[in-house]
Design a protein. Structure first.
Length: 224
């Protein structure tokens, strides 16, 4: 084992990690936003809206993420060309970001839905008694408490998403893992670079998991 080439490759590996983290942050933000809307739709008294949101969630939870990534990269440009009459190339980063947002929204939806349902109905009724409408009650009373309760689960799902970002190799995006693999091929030290990448993924995921556990313990103490 010779890890000497990793030192000279650190600038490229850092750029790959920055791209991975950028993709992660935007995907988490977009996924939670879309997931919250889906959760509210699933809990809606409107049967059609609830059915469509439920279908979306069940559909995306039933197909591989890799398939979703390749769909958006190869099929969306043709769909846009059919709709507009012009070919609109979609970059690897943009297509991967949209794929992650839409895919993860299905999982965030179920987390948010459980968080909303954990809030006692008496608080909602109290909000209505104070003159708040449905949207105000959700925004000011229910969602703040729900997000506090489900923060550990949201973070746990984000850790899974961090690991899943490695799938962007399918569309040629040079994230951290793909950069490590590429440099390993160039230097003839593929095993060393992949081992180094695995250690980095493990360390970051382990640290994030410990943060989740500490957050869970603090929230448990606060609820007692």
């Amino acid at each position: 084992m010779d890890f000497s080439s990793i030192v000279s490759a650190l600038p490229d590996l850092l750029q790959g990690m920055l791209l991975t983290l950028k993709l992660l942050v935007f995907a988490v933000a977009g996924g939670i936003a879309l997931g919250t809307l889906l959760a509210l739709a699933r809990l809606s008294s409107n049967r059609l809206l609830s059915f469509l949101a439920g279908f979306y969630v069940n559909y995306f939870r039933s197909i591989p993420l890799l398939l979703v990534i390749t769909w958006f990269y190869f099929i969306v440009p043709f769909m846009l060309a059919w709709a507009t009459g012009k070919m609109h190339p979609v970059g690897a980063f943009a297509s991967s970001l949209v794929a992650f947002m839409m895919f993860e929204a299905a999982y965030y939806c179920e987390i948010v839905r459980a968080g909303i349902q954990s809030i006692p109905k008496g608080q909602v009724n109290a909000a209505y008694a104070l003159g708040l409408n449905y949207h105000q009650a959700m925004r000011l009373v229910v969602l703040p408490q729900a997000f506090r309760k489900m923060a550990p689960l949201l973070l746990q799902q984000s850790i899974i998403l961090f690991q899943d970002t490695a799938l962007v190799y399918a569309v040629g995006l040079m994230d951290f893992l793909n950069t490590a693999r590429s440099r390993g091929d160039i230097t003839g030290q593929l095993h060393e670079f992949l081992l180094f990448a695995g250690v980095i993924y493990f360390v970051l995921s382990f640290i994030a998991s410990r943060i989740v556990l500490r957050l869970q313990s603090k929230l448990a103490v606060g609820q007692n």
